[in-house]
Design a protein around this ligand. Structure first.
Ligand code: SF4
Ligand code: SF4
Length: 75
């Protein structure tokens, strides 16, 4: 059922939508973590995860240098 060879890690269903990070693209640079006003992103050795408090401001999507974060379902 996967549509690509990339593994997709992720995460949290919020009020309106979902955020998704392509872990095959993620550089673990931490830029998204630092950009999040809600401190809702957590980076560990393997995954980038989104926690409670996300307001879907999309800052993390904009700051990611490789475009690894996207929103599922539009919005
Ligand atoms: S959309 Fe905004 S609030 Fe949600 S994880 Fe990204 S930077 Fe944080
Ligand atoms: S900004 Fe992009 S590349 Fe950097 S840790 Fe976040 S998702 Fe990964």
């Amino acid at each position: 059922m996967a549509t690509s060879t990339h593994e997709v890690g992720l995460l949290v269903k919020d009020q309106l939508d979902e955020l998704e990070v392509d872990i095959a693209m993620c550089l673990h640079c931490g830029a998204c973590v630092g950009s999040c006003p809600a401190n809702a992103i957590f980076l560990n050795e393997v995954l980038l995860e989104f926690g409670d408090g996300c307001t879907l401001c999309k800052r993390c999507i904009k700051v990611c240098p490789v475009g690894a974060i996207s929103m599922i379902g539009g919005g």
